[in-house]
Design a protein around this ligand. Structure first.
Ligand code: AP5
Ligand code: ZN
Length: 217
């Protein structure tokens, strides 16, 4: 089963993708995580992407498409993938359609997580992540069970993303509405767009997604 999680920054795409990996054995492919790894490694792509990401703008389609094409066709993805943060523009969606067609791979569902802009700002500004294992947390909505100790791996080091500052969040939301929202009619026309109430609490969002996907294999 191959899915896209579509939604604005902070909608909960990463949170839900991690749960689907655990429950359905699907593989999360996050272009944001891939780009942040490129930035950390100081690669050519990372050097090009860093300033763009810090401004809250989208990295050029050509870079993203080249980065993603190899990943989707990875034979290690046995049960299917969850695309998180890709596609983000109509040209990216068209490139994905082409790659999937060449590989004879179907796209089963595009799930839109709908969340109000005001809630997104609150979610993003409270977000932090375990520096060792990447488990996601939030100052208000999901704190570690023990103060400053990661539930998943026991680490005591956490990080906050460079693009989670209030002024950058506004630019990211603007980019979403202008460049990514046109994908909603694009996938509605293909008959594979499903909508979930992303304002609900995390377990309820997960339940709505599982209703769409059907029983866990
Ligand atoms: P990317 O890393 O993809 O970030 P994003 O789309 O802005 O999304 P986020 O990771 O911020 O949010 P999310 O929806 O995953 O929410 P999360 O689950 O963390 O992209 C970053 C940058 O990279 C872009 O700006 C761009 O520059 C570049 N880029 C990436 N892909 C690109 C592409 N394809 N093309 C061009 N450029 C690209 O949740 C957020 C917080 O809310 C967490 O703290 C979580 O605990 C909490 N939360 C989650 N669900 C709920 C809930 N139901 N209720 C309450 N709190 C919740
Ligand atoms: Zn951890």
């Amino acid at each position: 089963m191959n899915l896209i999680l579509l939604g604005p920054p902070g909608a909960g795409k990463g949170t839900q993708a991690k749960r689907l990996e655990d429950r359905y054995g699907l593989k999360q492919i996050s272009t944001g995580d891939m780009l942040r790894a490129e930035v950390r490694s100081g690669s050519e792509v990372g050097l090009q992407a860093k300033a763009i990401m810090e401004r809250g703008e989208l990295v050029p389609d050509a870079i993203i498409i080249a980065m993603l094409a190899a990943r989707v066709a990875d034979p290690a993805i046995a049960k299917g993938f969850i695309l998180d943060g890709f596609p983000r523009t109509v040209p990216q969606a068209e490139a994905l359609d082409l790659v999937l067609k060449q590989q004879s791979m179907p796209l089963d569902h595009v799930i839109e997580l709908q969340v109000d802009d005001a809630a997104l700002v609150e979610r993003i500004s409270g977000r932090f992540t375990c520096a060792r294992c990447g488990e996601g947390y939030h100052d208000r909505f999901k704190q570690p069970k023990q103060d400053n100790i990661c539930d998943a791996c026991g680490s005591t080091e956490f990080t906050r993303r460079a693009d989670d500052k209030a002024e950058t969040v506004a630019a990211r939301l603007e980019a979403y509405h202008r460049q990514t929202a046109p994908l909603l009619p694009y996938y509605a026309a293909q008959g594979i767009l499903r909508v979930v109430d992303g304002m609900a609490e995390m377990d309820e969002v997960a339940r709505q997604i599982e209703t769409i996907l059907g029983p866990i294999p």
